[in-house]
Ligand binder design. Structure first.
Ligand code: SF4
Length: 425
């Protein structure tokens, strides 16, 4: 991406900044803040209006975020565990997937994962992010054999079993990201995973056509992904989803994708966060010559997401893919940095190290925000009065002893960075 932008919107926004916004945008911003219904067509029109500057759009997004989230920005101290990188699909932008190399290296084993989780616990990590390839047993008989030899019928069943182990034997909380899931898969995973995730990527069927990035990835058909996201809603599982920006989609297809997520959330209320992730070109992928999204375009997408999703949504951009733009993302209305690991790499983007929590805290506080650690289930779901969001009793007890009265990690940022605690008078 190109050099830094001249976007400088702090948490504190002056009355004159608000007054200088174009009238129509200011009006729509106020309506969103007041939770009034706005026709979709009006939102499309204003978001695609070339006369509205990116700065004004970000101002609108910031005001909307500030209304719902105040000055709190969160992150999840985590470890990334790639349970298996073997995958039955092939996406043209992926470096994560592998064919099986040998019987013994298909899956990570219990002992390794428990040992890693115990080390992570000592460093204050709370989340075990299980990311894995899509149902590898469907394509590779050797994977099926490994699972059968170990008493499992599917990769998701193995994930459930490992999650139960981590949930019961460590202080960490599993969050599974195993690709598309059936209702039964999710019912079982809900017992040990405080939340689950699946990126929508994009709602466009066009991207699955010959030559598109999802041509050889049946699980990336939008219909299949929407079904998983919707079923998670029926099961009232706090759910993480999002879009991948810059893989050949149009701006309108991005907006359509965000609206599709919004619609499902209006029915079930289970979307706990929306990740806006940018495509990164890598030398070893079929899309190595595909241009990365322009930074302005990416920031427009983040601001548009906030404006569409409204005051209460949690909007996340992964910082490790975008060093140098942290303040711009805050200006565009995000309120979460996602998982940050002091112990493991990002196996999906191994070339991109996470910032330290110290660095993240500095960048966040410089703009007038307060950085708070959270669990892989957001505070509003922990505190939800809707009993259906309740986790198993094992998880509920662990959650209660890990969070403060507002649902953030006990002890806050002081567990992770050396900053002076405020003195209480
Ligand atoms: S992005 Fe996911 S589904 Fe696609 S190839 Fe990579 S691991 Fe498989």
């Amino acid at each position: 991406m190109e050099s830094n932008l001249n976007l400088n919107i702090d948490y504190n926004i002056s009355e004159s900044e608000k007054a200088n916004m174009p009238y129509r945008l200011r009006n729509i911003t106020e309506m969103i803040i007041e939770n009034r219904l706005i026709p979709h067509d009006d939102l499309y029109e204003i978001l695609l209006d070339k006369n509205i500057s990116l700065n004004d759009l970000c101002l609108s997004a910031s005001l909307i975020r500030n209304e719902g989230k105040k000055n709190i920005v969160t992150f999840s101290p985590k470890i990334f565990v790639p349970l298996t990188q073997v995958c039955s699909d092939v996406c043209s932008y992926c470096t994560f997937r592998e064919d099986p190399k040998s019987y013994d290296t298909i899956f990570l084993k219990e002992d390794y994962i428990l040992d890693l989780a115990q080390k992570a616990d000592l460093m204050g990590c709370k989340e075990v992010l299980f990311t894995l390839g899509e149902r590898p047993e469907r394509k590779f008989p050797i994977v099926k054999k490994w699972l059968k030899d170990h008493g499992y019928i599917s990769t998701i069943e193995y994930l459930s079993s490992i999650s139960e182990l981590v949930a019961s034997q460590t202080n960490l909380f599993p969050h599974g990201n195993p690709g598309t899931m059936t209702r039964n898969d999710m019912k079982r995973l809900k017992e040990s995973n405080v939340s689950l995730g699946l990126m929508l990527e994009n709602i466009s069927d066009r991207l699955s056509e010959p030559g598109g990035p999802h041509e050889f990835a049946a699980s990336k058909r939008p219909k299949a992904r929407l079904k998983t996201i919707e079923n998670a809603g029926k099961l009232q599982i706090p759910f993480t989803t999002g879009i991948l920006v810059g893989i050949g989609e149009t701006k309108i297809e991005r907006l359509d994708s965000i609206f599709a997520i919004k619609k499902i959330n209006e029915n079930y209320g289970h979307i706990q966060e929306l990740i806006i992730q940018n495509f990164r070109a890598k030398t070893d992928i079929p899309m190595k010559s595909h241009p990365e999204p322009h930074i302005q375009d990416f920031i427009w997408t983040i601001a548009a997401t906030r404006i569409i999703m409204g005051t209460n949504a949690n909007i996340q951009v992964p910082p490790n893919l975008n060093e140098g733009y942290y303040e711009n993302f805050l200006s565009a209305g995000i309120n979460d940095w996602g998982g940050i690991s002091p112990l493991t790499i990002d196996y999906v983007n191994p070339e991109a190290p996470w910032p330290t929590i110290e660095q993240l805290n500095q960048k966040t506080t410089e703009k007038g925000f307060e950085l708070k650690p959270r669990l892989p289930i957001y505070p509003e779901f922990i505190k939800s009065k809707n009993a259906q969001f309740k986790n198993s009793s094992l998880l509920s007890k662990k959650i209660d002893s890990s969070v403060d009265s507002k649902g953030f990690v006990n002890g806050g940022i002081f567990n992770y960075v050396k900053v002076k605690r405020p003195t209480i008078a």
